[in-house]
Design a protein around this ligand. Structure first.
Ligand code: ADP
Length: 430
């Protein structure tokens, strides 16, 4: 404090005046009264400076403070410097905000800021078009009152924002919107909205194409397969020369039939076709796995594998019976197909704290680690030649993954070459 020259000057001036006035006062025997008068005068002067400062800070719009001598002058000067710095900062911030506004207005994507409770705090121009919002009426409204699509309400309740959500726009049913929510600052969320109508349309065209082609192939395939079955060398002995080619044609027609069926199933799953998905109901998985095991033993036939079902849970699961049966049987039949003669296949139904788990373990050839992440891709096969001869379509695990995702679950694959594989379906308990 004492390093400031204004402070020192103020102190020594006051001390000098008190000393001189005290000395003169003592000549008239009035030293104390003279000092009191001086101190009172000093106090009054300071109060006047304080009131000028107050008026300037509170009422005056001028950038320049009042002028004063000594320490007060120095204080006013410092305040002036601070004020100038603040105005500069303010100008800079205003510039940043208007730049931000200009850039978000130019964005094609909608951007909204909502509170933790879902109240809209701010949105850009594109949101007005995509969601039909109006700044004058919708700021402060809850977004979930304006966007009442059931999937969006569920998305908000679950609050799992890992994946974006695609729903139609409330402003125009033809617009498909991709919504991505990112929480920040504990109590705010940034909602980004993209128009994906074109992508959605192309996806529909692709799905429809696959579904239509598969459907159209079904009838000729059934006819070809039917005639091939009729061309039996036992009935027509002259055909015994071409028995082998006929046998191969029958096998290929059968494989193609499976491929068409799997493609149709996948396109129905893609389209979330309610007719195929059927109503969800409580399924006794123990009964389902028992019957799949019986079918697997028939399929195993001459391979003579040991196929055992171990149940450690009586829990039922609410889902689509048709879809789950096709997923579980895909895994069990794969184990039968890829495990060697006399091999062992164990099927489990058990529960953990959070999940119901269906696992298929075999002591077959196993799968190399590098292939495991790609197994659920459509048409991905580890060893094309060998596996095609097993009659697979390359779509089985893609179907399993899809079905599990539609039931809120996931597939886990563990495998060691030479020891065997374990395919586990995790389904949520609730
Ligand atoms: P596919 O119709 O060819 O069986 P999938 O999608 O069902 O197609 O399986 C993909 C690939 O995963 C198979 O081609 C096979 O190489 C491998 N695979 C699946 N299950 C097993 C298993 N139990 N043991 C070894 N390999 C397996």
């Amino acid at each position: 404090m004492w390093t400031n020259r204004f402070w020192q000057a103020e102190f020594w001036t006051l001390a000098f005046i008190i000393f001189v006035v005290g000395l003169i006062g003592s000549l008239f025997d009035r030293a104390a009264a003279s000092i009191a008068v001086i101190i009172f005068g000093y106090l009054l002067w300071n109060l006047i400076q304080l009131s000028r400062l107050y008026k300037w800070l509170v009422k005056s719009k001028s950038l320049y403070p009042p002028s004063a001598p000594g320490l007060w002058g120095d204080i006013f000067n410092h305040l002036y410097v601070l004020q100038r710095k603040n105005r500069k900062e303010l100008k800079k911030l205003k510039g940043i905000i208007s730049e931000f506004r200009a850039s978000t207005s130019a964005l094609k994507e909608g951007a909204l800021i909502i509170s933790n409770q879902g109240e809209i705090r701010w949105f850009n121009k594109a949101s007005e078009k995509l969601l039909g919002l109006k700044a004058s009426t919708d700021i402060g409204q809850r977004l979930f009152n304006l966007l009442r699509h059931p999937s969006f309400i569920e998305y908000e309740q679950v609050r799992d924002y890992e994946k974006p959500l695609t729903i139609p726009s409330p402003a125009d049913e033809k617009l498909m919107l991709n919504i991505h929510i990112t929480p920040y600052n504990n109590d705010q969320r940034l909602v980004m909205i993209r128009d994906v109508t074109e992508k959605h349309h192309l996806e529909r065209v692709r799905q429809d194409f696959v579904a239509n082609v598969s459907h159209e192939l079904r009838t000729p395939l059934t006819v070809i397969h039917g005639y091939l079955e009729m061309l039996d060398p036992e009935v027509y002995p002259e055909l015994s020369k071409v028995e082998k080619p006929l046998q191969m044609m029958r096998q290929q027609a059968l494989n193609m039939g499976h491929l068409v069926d799997d493609l149709l199933l996948l396109s129905r799953l893609d389209a979330k076709d309610p007719a195929h998905n059927g109503n969800k109901k409580d399924i006794d998985i123990n009964i389902m796995l028992d019957s799949i095991c019986a079918e697997a033993r028939v399929l195993s036939g001459e391979k003579n594998q040991t196929i055992l079902f171990h149940s450690y849970s009586n829990k039922t699961f609410c889902g689509s019976e048709k879809q789950l049966r096709s997923a579980f049987s895909n895994l069990v039949f794969n184990a039968v197909r890829y495990t060697q003669k006399g091999g062992k296949i164990d099927i489990y139904w058990k529960e953990t704290d959070e999940n119901l788990v269906m696992s298929v373990c075999d002591n077959g050839p196993g799968i190399e680690e590098e292939h495991i992440p790609r197994l659920t891709e459509r048409f991905y096969r580890v060893d094309t030649g060998r596996n095609r001869s097993q009659g697979g379509t390359g779509l089985g695990l893609a179907i399993v993954k899809h079905v599990l995702e539609m039931h809120g679950g996931y597939l886990n694959i563990q495998s060691t070459v030479g020891k065997g594989s374990e395919f586990s379906c995790y389904l949520p308990k609730s």
